[in-house]
Ligand binder design. Structure first.
Ligand code: 13P
Ligand code: SF4
Length: 362
């Protein structure tokens, strides 16, 4: 039976039965399978995660895992990262192969190579620039960073990674998320005048030679379609309506939101912040809806609001449902590789080096 035909059948089965079927199959496969779940996963899928976390924690868990099969309930770049960090005897599966990340799609290797060549017409990029890729990127870009003395970062170690990068070279090329790069550099005291924006659709990214020579941070013009929906006016409204509310934001939000937030951190850091707060503390949170709803359920004594009046959900994280998870477990049981993510050998070695440079910093 094809995956599509199986899924069509599974969609007729009530949720409680699907939950039971998954649990039975998971128990049967036992230690052969490890399920990693990102915090943005929908509740019923998150329930089956053996380990949950942000991108850093989950990549550390993947690197340390000894299960023969790892199911990544997350998005494509996360499964790719796990495949790079695991041994050749282990296999990594993404339940829905169409679960990508729109931000990761905003920089490809052709564009980044073009940028590097253009920078090299102004300065010696190999000598002066450390390329830094946010983990939300393809394996090809992680490989590019490995090969050019660069590194990977996540939302929870960006400051450490930038510090390391400036120890290597005088400038940083940061892709694909403008906001994580900008918010992190600003928090480290880098003035706005030392940063430029690189638009891959414009010659020299839309910059003059002088601006490139002066810059310490070159920010790729990319963003998260979910986090860009949080606005400064939402912060103002929340503070007006709720005295003493604390605003927590993910660093993929724009500068206008992060500048006025009480706390900026990764998904895991936001969870720890709420957990550590005193009873009665109110929060408005600027990150994906599934995580905010989970916090609201887990801590009813600490009222939690979603910062935006709009629904900001990651549609690709949402693609992983019970039916895809069950189909993946079944495929593993049958030795079928349909859902497997295999990073091409041409990218694997250098990508691993850039990831290990990051993991060694933690
Ligand atoms: P975290 O690493 O903070 O979980 O972020 C991942 C992500 O994709 C946020 O949009
Ligand atoms: Fe990508 Fe944004 Fe979804 Fe995170 S929330 S996976 S950055 S699209």
């Amino acid at each position: 039976m094809t995956t599509q035909a199986l899924l069509t059948e599974l969609y007729d089965i009530p949720e409680e039965i699907m939950m039971e079927k998954i649990q039975t199959l998971k128990d049967e496969l036992g230690s052969q399978v490890l399920i990693l779940g990102h915090h943005y996963q929908r509740e019923e899928v998150f329930h089956f995660a053996d380990v949950s976390g942000d991108s850093l924690k989950l990549s550390q868990q993947a690197a340390a895992a000894d299960a023969a099969n790892i199911i990544f309930c997350g998005v494509h770049f996360m499964a790719e990262t796990a495949d790079i960090l695991t041994s050749d005897q282990q296999a990594v599966f993404l339940p829905d192969l169409a679960a990508g990340c729109s931000m990761a799609d905003m920089a490809n290797d052709v564009q980044v190579n073009q940028c590097w060549q253009e920078l090299s017409t102004v300065l010696d990029a190999e000598v002066k620039v450390t390329p830094v890729t946010y983990i939300n990127s393809t394996a090809a870009l992680k490989s590019f960073c490995g090969e050019h003395g660069g590194i990977v970062c996540t939302s929870s170690n960006a400051q450490k990674v930038l510090t390391w990068s400036w120890q290597q070279k005088e400038k940083i090329l940061f892709f694909p998320d403008q906001h994580l790069g900008e918010n992190t550099a600003l928090a480290m005291g880098v003035p706005e005048s030392d940063m430029i924006l690189w638009d891959p659709n414009l010659p020299l990214g839309g910059n003059s030679k002088q601006a490139i020579e002066h810059a310490r941070v070159i920010l790729w013009k990319g963003f998260c379609s979910v986090h860009q929906l949080f606005k400064h006016e939402h912060v103002v409204t929340m503070r007006k309506n709720h005295i003493d509310i604390e605003i927590l934001a993910h660093p993929e939000c724009s500068r206008e939101v992060c500048d006025t937030a009480n706390f900026v951190g990764s998904t895991e850091a936001i969870i720890q912040y709420v957990k550590a707060a005193k009873e009665g503390q109110k929060f408005a949170i600027a990150t994906e809806l599934n995580l905010v709803n989970r916090l609201r359920m887990q801590y009813p004594e600490k009222p939690v609001w979603f910062l935006s009046p709009m629904v900001c959900m990651c549609s690709t994280m949402f693609r992983t449902d019970l039916q895809h998870l069950y189909a993946t477990l079944l495929a593993i049981k049958d030795g079928d590789k349909t859902h497997q993510i295999i990073v091409p050998d041409e990218h694997k070695a250098w990508a691993k080096i850039s990831l290990e440079r990051m993991l060694n910093l933690v």
